[in-house]
Design a protein around this ligand. Sequence first.
Ligand SMILES: NC(=O)c1ccc[n+]([C@@H]2O[C@H](COP(=O)([O-])OP(=O)(O)OC[C@H]3O[C@@H](n4cnc5c(N)ncnc54)[C@H](O)[C@@H]3O)[C@@H](O)[C@H]2O)c1
Length: 264
Amino acid sequence: MNYDMRRFVDKTVIITGAAGGIGLAAAERLAAEGANLTLVDMTGDGLARAKEKILVNHPETKILLVEADVTKEYQVRAYVDKTVGEFGAIDGFFNNAGIDGGQYPLADYTKDLFDKVVDINLDGVFLGLKYVLQQMVAQGHGRVVNTASIGGLMGWPHQYGYVASKHAVAGLTKATAGEMGPKGITINAIAPGGVKTAMAIEAMRTINPEHPEEAEAAFAARVPLKRMALPEEIAAVAAFLLSEDASYINAQIIAVDGGQISQS
Ligand SMILES: NC(=O)c1ccc[n+]([C@@H]2O[C@H](COP(=O)([O-])OP(=O)(O)OC[C@H]3O[C@@H](n4cnc5c(N)ncnc54)[C@H](O)[C@@H]3O)[C@@H](O)[C@H]2O)c1
């Protein structure tokens, strides 16, 4: 895709969960708009592949890869410190890494699974905010986008850790925005509906292992636009919220769901 906008020239953005899905789509979008990027994910291989893919279309992009688990405080500090060491500032932060944890009736939803999902989806987001925002406060500016979900705006059965953690991300977004607004920093969250990434494809397989395409069709039928989103469509909204175009949007949870929750 070609973009006319170059909103991120001389700006640095950290993206977590950048090896695939929405995170990688955001990295490609921001690279197209001139950003320097720090890509954070668990696997060095995945990160190397992401970098290769971005450089095909945007060979001039400056990219720092940091292998880190967002639940480990010292690794979060490291991706912040390495970014500042390499680029000197953090203008934007896409706090996006997450897992869905699968779907089980409450009685079968183990405490270990609940803790794991909350650890990544909530504690990981909290730690990112805690350390990135210290740098942004020191700079006096910054834009943060947390990835929640429509599961942070409504409930559905069987994804207990996921729905609970995404509601908490929405709350954390509003609470931190209150402290950071006076310091020149905006903090918003996006709440995607179903997006065609590895996570959603796996979820469709869980619902209907024989015919995942039927699970996807049933899902799409509940969405006014009658389809799932492409990762690029979520990335476009994240890029907007990270840009100066969104300078007066703060503490919002923006649904990007094709109208799905409006019909529930
Ligand atoms: N796909 C959807 O339908 C959908 C809908 C709503 C919200 N979301 C949210 O969007 C975000 C991205 O999801 P996606 O669909 O792109 O999934 P994905 O599985 O394609 O990508 C998620 C990335 O996060 C990384 N990750 C997982 N745990 C990590 C950890 N502890 N530390 C560092 N990186 C880690 C994974 O390695 C992976 O590259 C998640 O927060 C997810 O909950 C997705």
